[in-house]
Write a protein that binds this ligand. Sequence first.
Ligand SMILES: CC(C)(COP(=O)(O)OP(=O)(O)OC[C@H]1O[C@@H](n2cnc3c(N)ncnc32)[C@H](O)[C@@H]1OP(=O)(O)O)[C@@H](O)C(=O)NCCC(=O)NCCS
Length: 190
Amino acid sequence: MSASDIRPPADRAPMLSVERVGDFTEDELHELCEATDAAVIGGGGFGWVNPPGRQALERYFRGLLLVPERELFVARMDGHLVGSAQLVRPPRNNEAQAFAAQLMHAFIAPYARGHGLARLLTLRVEDGARALGYHVLNLDVRETQTAAIALYESLGYIRWGVHPAYARIAGRTVAGVHYYKLLQPGGRIG
Ligand SMILES: CC(C)(COP(=O)(O)OP(=O)(O)OC[C@H]1O[C@@H](n2cnc3c(N)ncnc32)[C@H](O)[C@@H]1OP(=O)(O)O)[C@@H](O)C(=O)NCCC(=O)NCCS
């Protein structure tokens, strides 16, 4: 299945959904790797600057499902897997920050953007974090990822700092922007 098969027809809105996954079929893993490749090539935000190759990506996602602190959420368009995000819980020894989780590695493949899927994905990860009892969700993003910055600010994430030496992309140092959102009513953290 290629990206052009996944693009929705122009005459209707696509069906969007998000779910937490604990396992993949071979087809789902294939679609997730395709989506990741396309996002990395498109300037990504997924940590990789160059696509790492299919075998490495498959190992990465299979391994991710085994990491106890990480929950993988996948975004679907018309049933096809086109993006993902990770909810990362603090390690057990970090009692002082046990109330805070992190949203990492969120992306939607370029061929599925502009339909509201990232907004839905972010809201579902927030619901997941709330359901696990977290009070704060932290995230950070390269300052060059302007679409992501607009998304998170529109969802009420509060910018608390800028890291001037956050990432190196094509030989250039790129700053990163750090955000948090209080998840519980009234903004309490305990
Ligand atoms: C950021 C990203 C996830 C948005 O995905 P998407 O599914 O197209 O986003 P949505 O359609 O849900 O848009 C939701 C909001 O995001 C913002 N947004 C999305 N695309 C935008 C763009 N190209 N320019 C400006 N704002 C944009 C808008 O606020 C938008 O709300 P609106 O449609 O009411 O204006 C996607 O562009 C992406 O994967 N980028 C690369 C990876 C990345 O930056 N990840 C985040 C940090 S790791």
